[in-house]
Design a protein around this ligand. Structure first.
Ligand SMILES: [Zn+2]
Length: 539
């Protein structure tokens, strides 16, 4: 969207007055202004001030989770820490939900509405990176790191929940808050199991949060793909690779032939699909014909039927590769995600709060770090987000050409759901990469979490004080979203969460990583603990 300089100044003025700006005309909104509601406005100001008062905790939670740096299913310290904070604040914690050791729910309050607040907590293999340094410099070479920024989402949700809890207690408001972590999101590993275990059975609204470089929200088909993640395990017979190769049946040959088959077939698949694989077992050593070999595929498509079809093609090619090599094949589902569909009412409600809160006020150091890493990666040096985007929504599914997945999609098909994108990262980074970790334990993340927590808290106030919003959200869910499309899990009854994934990585690195856990009794920030003079930029 293009804006004149004048309207840009007006917008910046509107967003810098932050919470007081609610009554001003929204620059991007065409809807008529809502009727005045002084009690609601006052309560939104109050939760905003509560969030401002929690600066130190925001920074402490964010940096602590960053330093734990645990990949999917191994978020042991992270879950213990986050659920501990909630328990200390009067929440009832249930651990190990859905048969997943690092999953939990934490509930507080009573009666309706029941509002679920979630965000992902896992990180990326080999993305270890010193925060605040604008080039690749791992804290521990080869170790996992928050190369997506999932360390900030639950701190944001906890901040919003605690701010709202305080106001609910003061005002004797009815309602239940349920916090839950997205375990192993990078593996699309858990949310379908949460749904199957009934975590959202009595939930009225789900408000999710995901880190980004902007503060935004959308509704409807949000683009991207759903997916299934399948590992194919081939079994052959070993033999001396030189002495008696004719006695062997190579499982690795089957893996290679499957990959070749898939890559030829790829030319004749829909443009919307995305598929990729890694060989998780390629045998032991060259002189032993590999008796076992495995290849792990992500099959992504835009809707349920096409996802199932893509997997069936994968299954056939695997079977064909087994026949060619005289081996046997079995498969295991390691993850799944429905395409996301976000609730229109909730998105519009949240967007009004985004306009009120606005983007954080970045300082020269924040901008310098952003431009430093953008230059390092040969990207346009645009710095940080300075202007809000319009509300996204109503994407024609035919126009969706695919992309990433998030298993919040499964939740979005069983309860009205919306995802807040909050600005705790730098634009134009590759994603799933060390570069995405640079900002994640710096003032950029702390400011982004603060702004995002205000939006969440204000949206919670809307839901608690205006039951008509909850009713309208369900009306959209029942009569628009699920009118023709019903949720059918991509997981089968026999599928179970792949909780052993990433175990070996942590067995290798956890002891070394412990030395870098954030110690808030000694240091104000993780940057200080690591001796980093923020920002560190190439001269
Ligand atoms: Zn993510």
């Amino acid at each position: 969207m293009r804006m004149s300089r004048l309207s840009l100044i007006a917008l910046l003025a509107a967003i810098t007055v932050s919470l007081t700006a609610q009554s001003q005309p929204a620059p991007q909104s065409t809807a008529p202004p809502p009727p005045a509601n002084p009690k609601l406005d006052q309560m939104k100001r109050d939760v905003g001030l509560e969030v401002d008062g929690m600066q130190e905790n925001i920074q402490k939670m964010n940096d602590t989770v960053f330093s734990f740096a645990e990949p999917g299913f191994q978020e042991v310290e992270t879950s213990k820490y986050l659920s501990g904070i909630l328990r200390q604040n009067g929440f009832t914690v249930q651990e190990g939900v859905a048969g997943i050791p690092t999953a939990f729910t934490a509930r507080w309050g009573s009666g309706k509405p029941v509002i679920a607040l979630g965000s992902d907590i896992d990180d990326i293999p080999q993305a270890s990176q010193k925060p605040g340094v604008a080039w690749h410099e791992p804290i521990i070479e080869g170790a996992p790191g928050h190369g997506e920024g999932h360390n900030s989402g639950m701190p944001l949700q906890i901040t919003a929940a605690l701010a709202v809890k305080k106001i609910m207690e003061q005002q004797h408001l009815q309602g239940t808050l349920m916090l839950w972590p997205g375990v192993a999101e990078e593996l699309l590993g858990t949310k379908a199991y949460y749904v199957r275990a009934g975590l959202f059975k009595d939930v009225d609204i789900c408000i999710f949060a995901h880190v980004g470089a902007q503060m935004n929200v959308g509704w409807g088909d949000t683009g991207g793909n759903g997916m299934v993640s399948v590992e194919y395990n081939f079994k052959g017979e070993s033999a001396h690779a030189a002495g008696a190769p004719w006695r062997g049946r190579s499982a690795l040959d089957a893996v290679e032939l499957m990959d070749i088959g898939w890559n030829f077939r790829r030319e004749h698949l829909r443009l919307q699909q995305r598929s990729h694989d890694v060989i998780t077992n390629g045998g032991d050593q060259p002189n032993v014909v590999p008796q076992n070999a495995s290849v792990w595929y992500y099959f992504r498509e835009t809707d349920y039927e096409h996802i199932k079809e893509l997997r069936e093609i994968g299954d056939s090619i695997a079977k064909a590769a087994a026949m060619m090599t005289n081996t046997e094949v079995s498969s295991r589902l390691l993850g799944s995600a429905w395409p996301q569909h976000m609730n229109k009412t909730l998105a519009e409600t949240m967007y009004a709060n985004i306009l009120s809160v606005g983007l954080p006020t970045w300082d020269a150091d924040d901008i310098a770090l952003a431009k430093g890493i953008q230059k390092e990666l040969k990207q346009p040096e645009i710095g940080l987000a300075m202007q809000l985007n319009p509300l996204r929504g109503g994407l024609d599914p035919e126009q969706n050409m695919g992309g990433p997945s998030d298993d919040i999609g499964d939740v979005s098909w069983v309860v009205p759901t919306v995802t807040l994108g909050y600005p705790a990262n730098i634009p134009n980074l590759p994603g799933h990469n060390w570069a995405n970790a640079i900002a994640s334990a710096t003032p950029i993340a702390h400011k982004g979490v603060t702004a995002g927590a205000k939006v969440q808290a204000m949206t919670l106030v809307d839901l608690l004080l205006k039951p008509e919003v909850v009713t309208a959200a369900w009306d959209y869910f029942k009569n628009v979203q699920t009118r023709t499309q019903k949720y059918e899990p991509l997981i089968r009854p026999q599928d179970q969460p792949a909780i052993e994934l990433n175990r070996d990585i942590m067995a290798k690195y956890r002891e070394q990583m412990k030395k870098f856990y954030f110690d808030p009794t000694k240091y104000k920030t993780l940057l200080e603990q690591l001796g980093i003079q923020y920002p560190v930029i190439r001269k």
